[in-house]
Design a protein around this ligand. Structure first.
Ligand SMILES: [Zn+2]
Ligand SMILES: [Zn+2]
Length: 367
């Protein structure tokens, strides 16, 4: 009986490891930078969300985040009859107090909420949200700019605003970019990804942003018990500080992590892929000339590598999956190669670096 219990427990623990039930979001640091996990678009009852700010702090700690920003709608306060809150900074103040005893950074932010154009935008690293509440949209952006804010365009693909879901850069946006009042754009918002927004980001040198825009509970919206995760922004900062996050955002050093997709610019993506994946030759398999390559993944992403070289694999077709926090071996048939080394070329199917464009990895091994 005891033995059976032991076997049962062993089975349970094996199952738990295989499921990667640790909800903390994990990506390794990259060369020269810390990988800071941020959610910079969040609501509470202080605008149209349904929870108190302390719950947002607890969710973020459970998710292993480094920083969050509670970005309440300045101009949209549907619960104000029940919860009067003339001070638009209250949500930030409560969250900051709640985070004090923890290792979570709270960034002061707000959502400037207008019809298109310019639509909705988040202003981060602000000093006083009350002062950004203005009659004219341009005055709100000017005030955010004067407070030194980093500003990004929210859900530009939102079908309530852009009926076709295809973001259009308006003359108003162009003016904001020209004035240096707009610095980023959401490519990922909640349950949506916008290739059009990524294209706008890359053509206008706007920082790629991904956020949850959570209103309800993170656990329910993103199926956390089933192994899901909230969308987050990986910001690459020189140190783990609010100032480094700010610098990283203005410098465009970001990758959005959404479902199993990483999204961002190639020069930011490549160091992240280098940090997440290691390739190692283990020599020939038995007496064969099949070269064993061990691929190790130290991140939460399930990597999908598509073999674009001419080499065949022993057991597999061209699509190789590498599960989160695990290693696997592929055996490359190299007998016909007449050189001292071989190079494998992979297209990373879950790493997007542009419109219809995926990241690539080339790895060379001695024979
Ligand atoms: Zn919005
Ligand atoms: Zn929002």
């Amino acid at each position: 009986m005891r033995f059976l219990t032991f076997i049962y427990l062993l089975f349970l623990s094996t199952f738990a490891i295989a499921q990667d039930t640790d909800r903390k979001i994990q990506f390794p640091d990259v060369d020269g930078y810390k990988t800071l996990k941020c959610d910079l678009h969040i609501h509470t009852v202080f605008s149209d969300g349904t929870v108190w700010p302390t719950i947002r702090v607890e969710e973020a700690i459970k998710d292993g985040l480094d920083a969050i920003s509670l970005t309440e709608h300045l101009e949209y306060q549907p619960w104000s009859a029940d919860i009067p809150h003339p001070d638009r900074n209250r949500s930030y103040i409560i969250a900051k107090e709640a985070a004090k005893a923890h290792d979570l950074m709270i960034i002061h932010g707000t959502e400037i909420t207008r019809q298109l154009p310019p639509g909705h935008a988040n202003a981060l690293f602000i000093e006083d949200a009350n002062k950004i509440l203005k009659k004219e949209a341009i005055d709100a952006y000017t005030e955010a700019h004067n407070q030194g804010a980093f500003v990004f365009w929210n859900h530009p693909n939102w079908v309530n605003q852009e009926k076709d879901g295809l973001p259009q850069l308006s003359d108003f946006h162009k003016e904001l970019i020209e004035k240096d009042y707009l610095h980023g754009i959401e490519v990922v918002n909640d349950l949506t990804y916008s290739e059009g927004a990524l294209d706008i980001a890359q053509k206008n040198n706007l920082t790629v942003i991904g956020t949850s825009d959570i209103h309800g509970l993170i656990d329910w919206q993103y199926d956390i018990p089933e192994g899901g995760h909230r969308p987050v922004l990986l910001v690459f900062g020189e140190e783990r500080s609010i100032e480094s996050i700010r610098e990283g955002l203005f410098a465009g050093r970001t990758i959005a992590w959404y479902y199993n997709i990483l999204v961002g610019n190639e020069e930011v993506m490549n160091p992240l892929l280098d940090a997440c994946l290691q390739f190692k030759s283990k020599g020939y398999f038995g007496n064969s000339t099949a070269l064993e390559i061990e691929i190790t993944n130290t991140s939460d992403a399930r990597f999908m590598l598509f073999n674009e070289s001419a080499f065949e694999f022993y057991e597999h077709n061209d699509l190789i999956e590498v599960q989160p926090h695990s290693s696997r071996i592929i055996r490359v048939l190299v007998d016909s190669v007449d050189s001292d080394s071989i190079t494998l070329n992979f297209k990373v199917m879950n790493a997007v670096i542009g419109k219809k464009k995926n990241a690539t990895i080339d790895v060379t091994f001695d024979r």
